[in-house]
Design a protein around this ligand. Sequence first.
Ligand SMILES: Nc1ncnc2c1ncn2[C@@H]1O[C@H](COP(=O)(O)OP(=O)(O)OP(=O)(O)O)[C@@H](O)[C@H]1O
Length: 486
Amino acid sequence: MASTLLFIQDQHSDNKELLPYLEDQAFKVRHAASVAEALQLIDDHGYQPDAILVDVDDLNETQIQQLEEIEDTLGIHEWVFLDRELAEDLADRVDELSFRSLRAPYSVKRITVTVQKAMRSTRVRRRLAEYSASSHKKSSFESIVGQSDVIKEHRRVLEELSQVPMSTLMIHGETGSGKGHSAGILHSNGLRQDFAFIEMNCAAIPQELVESQLFGHEAGSFTGAKGRHRGLLEQANNGTLFLDEIGEMPLEVQAKLLKAIEEQSFRRVGGEHEISVDVQIFAASNQDLQQMVVDGEFREDLYHRLNVFEIEVPPLRDYKSDLTELVPMLVSEYSAKSGKKVTSIPDEAWSELLAYNWPGNVRELRNAIERSVLLSRDGELNANWLNLNNTLLEDQLDEPEATSESTDPELQIDNVASLNVVQNDVLTFKLDGSMTLEEMDRQIIEKALQITQNNITKAAQLIGATRETLRYRIQKYELEVGAESA
Ligand SMILES: Nc1ncnc2c1ncn2[C@@H]1O[C@H](COP(=O)(O)OP(=O)(O)OP(=O)(O)O)[C@@H](O)[C@H]1O
């Protein structure tokens, strides 16, 4: 992406050779013949330069106010002024804005070098802002850890796509599988990495506000629209807009989005001017958009437009062997955050982690590890707080086709078979003092054995205990386990 320079030069300037010289450089120049024209370009047409060069004689109060307005609207970019004599208070305000002020006599070469430095400074400041806004997201390809074929292939596809100048990309995948994470990696390593990465979750915004969030609005264009607002499409200019949960976008906004993608321009809500943008759109959904198209809930034309490139983020259950890398990484991350210094992961934790089917994918894993690290003692991950069996029972009832793939064959568990039994066979206790804790314990173990047809490994996983603990309690409660016990 070429950097862009807004060059404000009025007719009184003596440096007429400057514009053609700048236009020959390796950046895009837009000329404004007055400060008012520059303000209009930015306010009405959403123009977002990386640097602004000002060559205007005798800046007056109104012009300086307009420059300050531009600064408020744009946020991150740098100014270069060709210095003129100004009254002290006005000079102070120009100093506040300046990245550099250059004094006469000017050399075109020096001006160009300064402009290039200003652009570089803008790029760096943008990156830092992006990094601190999402510092939890590491955005290198290596942040997708793992050596399984599934994960290697996913990394390879991302690396390949990051170098393709695509205008749209559809990211499919289950909830929490890392669609946002993959989108961030693609942007941060892609051709638009020096520009903004803006995220919009269509499900998190009230339906009636989706349009104005996306396209912006003019003051008073609808009840509650107080001032003028630059939409996310405009804010993402030259960069990437990531539309998460796009299946939740209202149909009429879908139509306007399609038009904006095709024409690379749009109008703010209540606006009269067309605003040109050059934005790469990533869209993600964990819904079946194809089915939504059939049901008339998603526009077919937009679906095809977004699907020019598509990727599928794999579910965690397809690369469970990589838990051996993912878990230590997350444990050390949360140890560092909490100051807990967890240095070992007990076998019983591994048994649970590997046997589980992970319907909530990496997000669920993160949450389980965070909980267990925070409640760990003596430097050991607290396996009791993984709480996987309980969530497994609730979450996986809807997933009859799910398969389990453990690296340790002994730990494999046929979750689905056992779940169907649990669904019809819920265990409830009345907490009225009529049962002792020991009696409840005995009944839980009996139930787990019944569900797993006396398979001790599977029963131990269901109750989050080790096989040794379970065997000890079976003896203690004098429970009968048949020939099938493991
Ligand atoms: N490979 C990975 N390594 C480490 N953390 C990851 C990885 N993939 C995803 N995560 C983390 O898991 C969590 C969920 O990821 P993300 O938000 O990208 O999922 P998603 O598929 O976009 O979720 P949703 O369907 O809810 O939009 C985030 O905290 C993210 O940082």
